[in-house]
Write a protein that binds this ligand. Structure first.
Ligand code: AMP
Length: 215
């Protein structure tokens, strides 16, 4: 499947993407994971992106498009892909439309995961992430803690609160979402690609996608 996952930070895009990869071997492409990996390894990309990310601001469109243009041409994308956290702005969506046309790739749909704001806020404050950039497993201190406190079940690395998940950065990220990313819902509706799913658990989103795609 070739999907865009839309939704506020904390809507569950990453969790849904991971569940969907298990259905048909499509790959999850998370620009946030790629950028955090680059920051951790201290690459030029990481150094450029770090300040924006810490503040909860978006990284410039040109940097993101550079990453995605390369990533979408890697062979593992042939089976399908789940775009998690990209596009985030109308210019990115327009550039993606052009890029896909150039690569002769057709999207199945853009899935808008619509979760009430109180749930989003609670989730982001209680979310913890594995700090190993090759793992980045997601936990929640209330609903899904690691078996041993602070230690990733999957790879044994420390499980930490992301630097952009302080209360201040979270409210900034949500404001940025409302201003820059929420307009993509209208963009994909006009393109005839939008599927909105109101759901508070990821399984319901996965079932909605399966039903729509007949999987
Ligand atoms: P995420 O893990 O998707 O919440 O992304 C974490 C941070 O990475 C965001 O707050 C942005 O600073 C940056 N980021 C991730 N994806 C994008 C994107 N498509 N465009 C701009 N910035 C991005």
């Amino acid at each position: 499947m070739k999907l865009i996952l839309l939704g506020a930070p904390g809507a569950g895009k990453g969790t849904v993407a991971k569940l969907l990869t298990a259905i048909d071997g499509s790959v999850q492409i998370s620009t946030g994971d790629i950028l955090r990996g680059a920051v951790q390894s201290g690459t030029d990309l990481g150094r450029e992106a770090e300040g924006y990310m810490k503040r909860g601001d978006l990284v410039p469109d040109a940097l993101i498009m550079g990453i995605m243009e390369k990533r979408l041409q890697e062979p593992d994308c042939e089976k399908g892909f789940l775009l998690d956290g990209f596009p985030r702005t109308i210019p990115q969506a327009e550039a993606l439309r052009e890029l896909l046309a150039r690569l002769d790739i057709t999207l199945d749909m853009a899935v808008n995961i619509d979760v009430p704001r109180e749930i989003i806020l609670d989730r982001l404050c209680t979310r913890r992430t594995c700090e190993n950039s090759d793992c980045q497993a997601i936990y929640n201190v209330k609903s899904n803690p690691p078996r041993e406190e602070g230690v990733c079940d999957k790879c044994g690395s420390p499980v930490v609160q992301r630097e952009d998940e302080t209360e201040e950065a979270i409210s900034h990220r949500l404001a940025t979402y409302n201003e820059k990313t929420a307009p993509l819902i209208g963009f994909y509706e006009k393109e005839g690609l939008l599927l909105t799913i109101e759901a508070v658990n990821s399984e319901a989103v996965v079932n909605g996608v399966r039903e729509k795609l007949g999987l």
